[in-house]
Unconditional design. Sequence first.
Length: 360
Amino acid sequence: MRLYILTLSSALSLACLSQARAVPAAEDFNDSFSLERAAEAAVPVPSAPAQPAALQGVSSVKTVSADMSGFFLRLESVGLATGQLRALTSKVKVVFGGMPADAAATYGYMMNTLHLPPDFSEGGQPRVRFDLKPYEISTLLHEYVHAERDVLADKGAPKGTPAREHYDAVNAIQADLRSQSLFYRYSWMKADEVSAYFMGDAINTLFNGIDDLISYNTFFNGSKAPTVAEARRLGGLLLMPSAQAVSNGHWESMMLKAYSRFGQDPASDVAQFKQGLISGFTSVHWDERQSVKDDMYANILGLKPPKTLEELTSRLNKIDNKWIRGVREQVAQARMKNALKAEAEAAAHDKLQGFTISRP
């Protein structure tokens, strides 16, 4: 859970602290399957070591510059644009360390610095690993939203650009918050935090949708092929759950419902702030406007994300890179295995009936 600590010192430094989130359970995203683990089984990736060797000296004080190329490659591998993030990264510092031990990541406004935890590194080297989990990608993008708001969001930027759309979205949220009370404190800070929560969680949902889509095509109905010829025809093509699949399976129905439209994630009930050092946490209550959320999802950070599961599936079927080729190979292998099994079972059934039917 990412939190602002609203004290006098934090108001002066405008340092945004992001407290660590627990790893989400699979049921938070879909029905009851552990689909993230299933997707990992389909496309094996190396895990980061528990104690990164090259970053042993990194602490709340000492920092090491971070190479973000692996992170950008991960976003690009699923068809997201990274031009805006790359431009933003050139205007801020990104480092491992230099943040509280209990923080998942932080962005410091005074020094324009994005701080990352050592476990985001690849093999203990000072570069962000490719295989970040969806919730880790969410954490990183949450902080990038703060950075963009700080150094790029601009009322004077051309309309339609991420810089202008970001400015307009945050100011719309701020106006909504201030309308709730004559003396509404820290409205711009809270609006900034709400937008960061929303964008991070929206992309988290997108990546969970990708994991679920891969799992559907590797382990569930999308991997089924009645014949070897059909398996060869489909190859590694990713399929959406069909109307027939939905009628025959509760999980497919849940998947279509969950990802029918991306960018629907709630923002108010997750953004929390600590009102001073002693008093407890309070949630930000924003009367969420979907039009503002649509603008943020489509424009903030310039990612150009897909809006629906259908658009996502089409995009993944069109792109070509090492990661997606690995996914397609796993899907094709699963379909061929199922087709061979289906043909063997059909032949055995025919034999039991006292005749053999020639099959292509």
